[in-house]
Design a protein around this ligand. Sequence first.
Ligand code: RTP
Ligand code: MG
Length: 137
Amino acid sequence: MSQRTLVLLKPDAVRRGLIGEIIGRIERKAGWTIGALELRTLDLGTLEQHYAEHVGRPFYEPLMEFMASGPSVALVVEGERVVEGVRALAGPTDPIAAAPGSIRGDFGTIVRENLIHASDSPESAEREIKLFFPGLV
Ligand code: RTP
Ligand code: MG
């Protein structure tokens, strides 16, 4: 089943020079393609909408500050089961619990600075794609 998902390479991934490494892993999956891609420092308005589900949680404010701390790379990935697939490549939220071989497992240590965001459902993906790439059909 072909799908789309919204992926963010977070500011830690960009600062650490891991854009190529992470996009390379996504790109090498058979049949997956990149439908849109942009380097951008995310503004608080966009981030408030993106992380609306986390308002009020203790990690919300530091998360917003971190996500606005430098450029991120936003991309749309298209292909067979990409929603589940990119989250599998990323690994679980806590990088220490993430298996080696996953992006977070290979490169992360801090829960907040876990390198990558990927939509958690096809419905979230469509909402997030509209938010980050309003011109994309
Ligand atoms: P994401 O939304 O970024 O793809 O990550 P996720 O689904 O794996 O994790 P989620 O629960 O949606 O949390 C969003 C992001 O908030 C940061 N976080 N910090 N306890 C903490 O300090 C904490 N918990 C979550 C992470 O950056 C996480 O990806
Ligand atoms: Mg999430």
